[in-house]
Design a protein around this ligand. Structure first.
Ligand SMILES: *[C@@H]1O[C@H](CO)[C@@H](O)[C@H](O)[C@H]1NC(C)=O
Length: 579
């Protein structure tokens, strides 16, 4: 870490990249099918000198065309230089200049040359024996250029043009721009999407517009959803990953004559131990309402309630509870570590590391502190320092499986593959009954495309989880992914994900994977349902924005298929070739 600034930069870029929050117990290889929503990918993938070149040559072509065309009082406005009407051109007779009267009737705020052109096209539309989309589109271009631009009229004219020729890309693009200006983002996205697809993804500007509008929609919707929705706990898989990232501690000793609230707190902690999270949550709220009689009990209760608040996305509430907890008992290092997580979730790296220092000040021999500081460093791609922290954590207590696993993953990320594999093999031997080393070792094997070995590890992990209630379903999802990447066996992959969802209907990894698999097959309607589900499950703003991006991208593709059914097969072909 060279300076604080650079950490802050990395944190904010981390947040903006929508990667997984640090709260996940293990930040190993991320779940990814390989293809993202394909046109988002395609519009990003093809920038570079080649495109510049093709853009420039397009412009040259435009200029060449211009020379052969009748000009329309256009003052070098290329937008007026569109394709020629195929038939029924305005005859020269009709192409007469406007009368003084007509010009006088033009509203003064309009730029006169465009007002004149508008009248010209209006006349052309009126006299043309058969309707010509180009007249509407060109008149729309005039409305765009007026001061102020007449966006509503642009939309109306493009509607007409597109009724006559649904593949009129210029009119589509023009309408999209006007709709965007009118903040009718979903319709703008529909049109930009069509522009992109009809242009066979070669139009860089349209691709960028898709991304830009998608971002506007997703951010807006995410804000609305977060403001209105009830807070609730995420999936069992998620919550249990969070809690298992802390070593278990013994229950606090009750005072001589415990109050009702004191006893309820013990029940809440016992429910937590039994992974009954919903019950634990309601019990801890009850305990605090009933009143807890001693400081350590209060601090533990606030730690637990703050954790649940954090998990439901209420970071302000979480911070308040956790801070109150350490005010009562400053040596409760777990609360300090969680305060660090809250700062990290907010993208405040400086405060994150301060909270870890504070924890160390109170108890330098708590191994959890180093594990979690390792996680933060890992997310910041500082794998060397992350590894040191995992080693420190293991030195203090070597029975915690995740410090071993994360060390191996950090070594892998530092491109020390041999060391990483050795760490994994030692971990597998030291924890023969744990599924996690199998699962995460499998992920690394998958990353190396050692498919058969990976599937074996996932199978072993699935077997070890089977005896648990409820089992962790991540190895199942991973197996599905492996089968897909290995043999393109989409059906088997879907079976694995569906089985995972039968156990944990809220497993985000399974939902996201199913969505991507459907997209790959061009089953956009199924993908849309899955993305909607993913949006429901998203826990915080970055996750929500990410899920909404896919959801609205898919809506726009569905719209496209509805309007251009004959191009639907082409679309799914493109999806496959990009995956
Ligand atoms: C420090 O943390 C360790 C491990 O959690 C614990 O055993 C020890 O009692 C703690 N010390 C203090 C002073 O709280």
């Amino acid at each position: 870490m060279s300076s604080e600034d650079s950490i802050v930069d990395r944190v904010s870029s981390f947040i903006s990249e929508n990667k997984r929050g640090i709260v996940i117990g293990v930040a190993a290889a991320a779940v990814a099918v390989g293809g993202v929503a394909y046109y988002v990918a395609s519009s990003r993938g093809t920038s570079g000198a080649g495109d510049e070149e093709s853009l420039r040559s397009d412009k040259k072509k435009d200029k060449r065309k211009k020379k052969h065309k009748k000009t329309v009082r256009d003052k070098d406005e290329p937008i007026l230089e569109e394709r020629r009407p195929k038939a029924a051109e305005v005859s020269d007779d009709d192409d007469q200049p406007l009368t003084e009267e007509q010009i006088a009737a033009t509203p003064t705020e309009l730029r006169p040359e465009f007002a004149i052109a508008v009248q010209y096209y209006t006349r052309a539309i009126a006299v043309s024996p058969q309707p010509e989309p180009v007249f509407y589109s060109n008149r729309a271009a005039c409305y765009v250029s007026m001061e102020p631009p007449q966006h509503e009229k642009v939309v109306a004219d493009c509607d007409e043009a597109l009724k006559l020729d649904s593949r009129y890309v210029k009119a589509l693009n023009r309408r999209a721009t006007a709709l965007e200006a009118l903040e009718r983002y979903e319709e703008a996205l529909r049109d930009y999407t069509a522009t992109t697809i009809l242009g066979k993804f070669q139009n860089d500007a349209a691709g960028r517009s898709v991304e830009r509008v998608l971002e506007k929609i997703s951010k807006k919707k995410a804000t609305e959803i977060l403001a209105s929705r009830e807070r609730r706990l995420p999936s069992h898989t998620f919550v249990s990953a969070y809690f298992s990232a802390f070593r278990s501690r013994s229950l606090p000793t009750l005072p001589e004559s415990p109050s009702t609230g004191d006893n309820t707190l013990i029940l809440a902690l016992e429910a937590l131990g039994a992974s009954d999270y919903a019950h634990s949550l309601s019990l801890v709220n009850e305990a605090i309402d009933q009143g807890i009689s001693w400081d350590l009990g209060k601090a533990e209760a606030l730690n637990l309630r703050g954790t649940f608040k954090f998990l439901t996305g209420d970071t302000d509430g979480a911070k308040a509870d956790l801070e109150e907890s350490v005010q009562l008992v400053p040596s409760l290092t777990q609360s300090w570590v969680k305060i660090a997580s809250v700062h990290m979730e907010r993208g405040d790296a400086a405060k994150t590391f301060e909270a870890f220092e504070e924890a160390i000040k109170h108890n330098a021999s708590d191994p959890d502190i180093y594990y979690h500081r390792g996680q933060v460093l890992f997310i910041l791609n500082d794998f060397g320092n992350a590894a040191e922290n995992y080693v420190e954590s293991t030195k203090l207590d070597d029975t915690f499986v995740f410090s071993h696993i994360q060390l191996a993953v950090a070594q892998y990320k530092s491109e020390d593959v041999a060391k990483s594999m050795a760490t994994f093999r030692r971990t597998l031997k030291a924890f023969p009954d744990r599924s996690e080393p199998q699962n995460y070792y499998g992920e690394l094997l998958l990353d190396q495309q050692r498919f058969q070995d990976a599937v074996e590890k996932f199978d072993r992990a699935i077997e070890l989880e089977r005896v648990k209630n409820p089992p962790n379903v991540l190895p199942l999802v991973n197996k599905g992914l492996a089968l897909f990447q290995w043999k393109q066996d989409i059906e088997a992959a879907e079976r694995c994900c569906n089985e995972a969802l039968r156990t944990d209907p809220e497993c985000e990894a399974a939902v996201a994977t199913l969505a991507q698999l459907s997209l790959q097959q061009g089953k956009i309607d199924v993908a849309v349902r899955m993305f909607e589900r993913h949006t429901e499950l998203a826990r915080n703003e970055p996750e929500l924005v990410n899920a909404l991006t896919y959801q609205y991208a898919s809506y726009a593709q569905l719209e496209f298929i509805k309007h251009y059914p004959d191009l639907a097969s082409q679309l799914s072909q493109m999806a496959r070739s990009m995956g």
